[in-house]
Design a protein around this ligand. Structure first.
Ligand code: DGJ
Length: 558
């Protein structure tokens, strides 16, 4: 009898231990943004991860609307849904937190095997305070608005309201505490703090308290950040002239958001970011854009005042190619990972996603991609209800199976990607001994003319010296031994028998030959080959059309 009891006790102890170990295994590492040699990765479950995301419409995170969100996410092949948590729903009475919607979205995301980025619609939503709970909206004396130059209250929260800041800190702390407690699976990858912070219609707060600070010396950390230490002890106007109002408002908003973020991060150190309503990077004069948010001209102020924010992220709705590319360049910095939390779901933006990948973007998410139709309903064509999803879906079908590889290769500096640019029928990517030439709109052996609409895009990664991974749409990709710079400029890619891409190297012509071109995909980090392409499929370079195709290519010279 005694022995039996003893055996049962040991068995119970062992199974308890096994259970505890399993629980530990299930408790995944907290996602993080890491940096190496100036390149970034979003680490998820211990490895680089590429967010192939979609953002839901603003009012989609309700039990009644979620059934019209998930089918769109599935159709898109998105791996991440960006969706808001509304302060008014989260804290309907002061200090009474309602976690139900957070729990619902977490449970449903897990059922659908999709990760989440939660958007904290707190003090700011597109510059307004529309998501503040009623008990705050009804007390504007305490939770004050920005005052404009004429002394009127405007539709924007004041960054100088201590009561609003305290309330946001309390609420965001509860949010992060709950997330930490219920998300040991790490379904949530990042949290966006506020939404498009800043103010429309006035450059800054002109309340008495704000005026006093505006006339005081600029804080030293702002001068350092903006490289203006020479004007120490100057007022904002004296230090920054016509930019003073905008810089001052950015400082005030960043300081507020920085405090909310720091408290949340101390509770649960998830990656945090803020999204920016952009200014025109070529001609964005003060007054023409939302003032106070992380626009490109105040990035250093935001970095100095809100260090708990990992990423300043552009919402890109200015879709002409030069502006889009300029924005990508401005937010791809050694102190900032490139992440696009909002953009249009058009085919134009979908092709430029490849330009973002070429700048090591850690994620991308077009806005309003669900079936709730509350936004952009004009895009819902009756006979083609998925037309507004198709451009993004096409990209994600190609990139989904290789997203871990793209993120890893980008982090290792081995990947380059490009989108077709108007009037530029070919682009050359340099990989040491090899150049990859991407050309658009060419016929077999003829010179590329560009596609009728610029829709081409390509991604090339160097797996070893002579081996590449290529994924592309609407273009042709070929490899050429890297010659001299002059030769590269003058040489056209001419494909056809006896005219392989070649280069004169050390006085000797070197010609490219394909050793092996394999069509396949990656599964669990291993390339699985379906067939070897040769003959007509490779004689004129590697041609990509509308089908998602991933090729592994080995090249040599003769
Ligand atoms: C940008 C905002 O961040 C989103 O919440 C949404 O309002 C879109 N604009 C609408 O196009």
């Amino acid at each position: 009898m005694g022995i039996k009891v003893c055996i049962f006790a040991v068995l119970a102890w062992v199974s308890g231990l096994v259970f505890a170990l399993q629980a530990q295994v299930r408790e995944q590492q907290i996602p993080s943004v890491v940096q190496k040699d100036g390149r970034y990765a979003l680490m998820v479950d211990g490895a680089p991860f590429l967010i192939l995301g979609a953002q839901a419409n603003n009012s989609s995170d309700w039990p009644s609307t979620l059934p019209r969100v998930w089918p769109a996410i599935e159709y898109l092949h998105a791996n991440t849904l960006e969706i808001p948590i509304y302060w008014e729903q989260f804290e309907p009475e002061q200090g009474q937190f309602d976690y139900s919607q957070m729990d619902t979205i977490l449970a449903q995301a897990r059922e659908h095997h999709v990760r989440l980025v939660l958007l904290w619609f707190g003090t700011w939503k597109n510059g307004s305070q529309h998501y503040m709970p009623e008990w705050m909206k009804l007390d504007p004396q305490r939770y004050s608005h920005v005052t404009n130059q004429s002394g009127e209250s405007v539709d924007s929260p004041s960054p100088f309201s201590v009561a609003s800041l305290d309330a946001d800190i309390q609420a965001f702390t509860a949010f992060m505490q709950h997330l930490k407690a219920v998300d040991t699976e790490r379904t949530v990858l990042m949290v966006q703090v506020e939404n498009e912070t800043g103010t429309w219609g006035t450059l800054r707060d002109y309340s008495g308290a704000a005026e006093k600070l505006f006339d005081s010396p600029v804080p030293i950390e702002v001068l350092k950040a903006m490289n203006r230490i020479s004007v120490a002890n100057s007022s904002w106007r004296d230090a920054f002239g016509p930019d003073a109002d905008v810089f001052f408002h950015a400082w005030a908003v960043a300081r507020y958001v920085g405090q909310v973020a720091a408290v949340g991060k101390a509770v649960y150190p998830l990656p945090l970011y803020v999204n920016a309503a952009l200014r025109d990077p070529f001609k964005g004069a003060p007054g023409s854009y939302e003032s106070g948010g992380p626009t490109d001209n105040v990035i250093p102020i935001w970095k100095a005042e809100a260090p708990a924010i990992d990423i300043l992220a552009p919402d890109i709705y200015m879709l002409d190619t030069p502006t889009y590319l300029k924005v990508l360049e401005l937010y791809h910095r050694s102190d900032n990972a490139l992440f696009i939390p909002e953009t249009a779901g058009t085919s134009h933006a979908a092709r430029l996603m490849f330009s973002a990948l070429g700048l090591e973007a850690i994620g991308y998410a077009p806005f309003g991609l669900d079936y709730t139709q509350t936004n952009h309903s004009e895009r819902m064509v009756p006979d083609a209800p998925n037309a507004f999803l198709d451009p993004t879906a096409q990209n994600y079908k190609l990139l989904g199976p290789i997203m871990r590889d793209i993120a890893r290769l980008n982090y290792e500096g081995k990947l380059q990607a490009v989108a077709e640019i108007e009037d530029q029928p070919a682009q050359t990517l340099h990989f040491g001994a090899w150049d990859a030439v991407v050309s658009y709109g060419g016929s077999r052996g003829g010179s590329p003319k560009g596609n009728p609409e610029p829709i081409g895009r390509a991604l090339v990664a160097q797996l070893s010296v002579n081996r590449f991974l290529v994924a592309a749409y609407y273009c042709s990709v070929d490899f050429r031994p890297a010659g001299t710079e002059e030769q590269q400029k003058s040489q056209h890619i001419v494909l056809g028998a006896g005219q392989t891409p070649s280069a004169l190297i050390d006085g000797k012509w070197q010609h490219r030959q394909f050793l092996r071109v394999e069509e396949g995909t990656y599964e669990d980090g291993m390339f699985v080959s379906n067939r070897i392409l040769n003959g007509d499929q490779t004689d004129w370079g590697l041609r990509f059309n509308a089908e998602p195709e991933v090729l592994r290519v080995s090249v040599a010279t003769y």
